[in-house]
Design a protein around this ligand. Structure first.
Ligand SMILES: Cc1ncc(COP(=O)(O)O)c(C=O)c1O
Length: 392
């Protein structure tokens, strides 16, 4: 018996694959340092865990409404107004099983076979496969490294064509950490306003930024986009809740209803207990966020300094998320490798540091390091990489 043909068009997530390899080596007794996983190494906040316990204590053991409890929807509405200057009604938001699930449902709802989805590269690996699973055609427009991996308004304008159905904007970005300023978003917004396309903003790293900027949301800067913008977010990165699996989307009621139909025929509601926790995270005290971001900033500063001191590697200091997308051209050439993926694999096997080659992010000359791990681990990992590269 054969598997369905669609499997030939999608591939497993390369970040999860490296993470699995790291775990495998660790299980075999090797002292591997993981720079691959894209999740905060902090614990979920105590009051959020308390909310989950309270949910169990009061017996939230049944299905909830497919798109989320009224409590969670209210918390999402409060958050969008408070943090993003966006006003929605309950019919315009839906909670799903993580941001990735929100993206899946969103793309299934607006992309028809053959529609182009414009993806800004370097891009998060899953955008391509999520598009392909919706039978859309990923169209990548690369942002230039010299421009801090940010796309200019002119580049965006030139890239949107007659078949473009949806444009995905991810700021701060995985894998580059590029974070658009309000002025830059305004430039992109003006271009998007001219074209008849859906816009999807992936805001999962919105709070992890180091430039002191808190830009308004694209849909608030350019209100004419609000009726065709899907705002996707998640509690995973902001609240160190990757395992709880709660993401959400806000947008026009007809798209949210379509997403609920898809969700109702696939997963139904996200976990009732995780919903209670997410509601507490979104509507409760936010004061732990600042220290977490400060800690990430220390690590970013340290890791960038170390990388730029290594012959053959370079990185421009990014303004957001917890990744650096390292230009490894020199090291690739020196070591006789073909791509950064080969180099990353050699680093894993020889220096015992797990990082993800850049090909699946759109560049075979870069690799991605996640610095969502302790400074001590970062120091040891960078020592290992530096020593091994020096031996080439
Ligand atoms: C850019 C981006 N969007 C969305 C997600 C999805 O996160 P989650 O499904 O944990 O909410 C991730 C996770 O790595 C991401 O990097």
């Amino acid at each position: 018996m054969e598997l369905a043909g669609r499997l030939a068009r999608i591939k497993p997530s390369s970040t999860l694959a490296v993470t699995a390899k790291v775990l495998e080596l660790k299980a075999a007794g090797k002292q591997v340092i993981g720079f691959a996983a894209g999740e905060p190494d902090f614990d979920t906040w105590p009051h959020v865990c308390d909310a989950a316990r309270a949910s169990i204590a009061r017996g939230d053991f049944r299905y909830t409404a497919v798109g989320g409890t009224p409590e969670l929807k209210n918390a999402i509405l409060t958050k969008l107004a408070r943090d993003n200057g966006l006003e929605y009604e309950a019919s315009q938001v839906i909670a799903s099983c993580g941001g990735k699930h929100s993206l899946y449902n969103a793309l299934q709802s607006v992309v028809d076979p053959g529609d182009e989805v414009l993806i800004i590269g370097p891009y998060w690996v899953s955008y391509i496969d999520l598009t392909v699973m919706a039978e859309g055609v990923p169209k990548v427009v690369m942002a230039r490294e010299e421009a801090g991996f940010k796309l200019t308004a002119a580049q965006l304008d030139a890239a949107i064509g007659p078949k473009t159905k949806l444009v995905i904007i991810n700021s701060p970005s995985n894998p580059t950490g590029a974070a658009y300023t309000e002025e830059e978003l305004s430039g992109l917004g003006k271009v998007l306003a001219k074209h008849d396309v859906w816009v999807l903003t992936d805001d999962v790293y919105e709070f992890v930024r180091y430039d002191g900027e808190r830009p308004r949301h694209l849909a608030a800067i350019e209100p004419s986009l609000a009726g065709r913008t899907l705002v996707v977010n998640s509690v995973s990165k902001t609240y160190a809740m990757t395992g709880w699996r709660i993401g959400y989307t806000a947008g026009p009621a007809e798209v949210i209803k379509a997403m609920a139909t898809i969700q109702g025929q696939s997963t139904s509601n996200p976990s009732s207990i995780a919903q209670a926790a997410a509601a507490a995270a979104l509507s409760g005290d936010q004061s732990r966020l600042g220290p977490m971001v400060e800690e990430f900033q220390h690590r970013r500063d340290y890791i960038c300094e170390r990388i730029n001191a290594i012959d053959g590697l370079s990185v421009a200091v990014p303004q957001g998320a917890f990744y650096v997308f390292v230009n490894a051209k020199g090291a690739i050439e020196r070591g006789g490798f073909k791509t950064a993926d080969e180099l990353a694999l050699a680093i894993l096997e020889n220096a015992l540091v797990g990082l993800v080659g850049g090909t699946d992010f759109g560049s075979s000359e870069h690799f991605r390091i996640s610095y969502a791990t302790s400074l001590d681990q970062i120091e040891r990992g960078m020592d290992n990489i530096e020593n091994w590269l020096a031996s080439l």
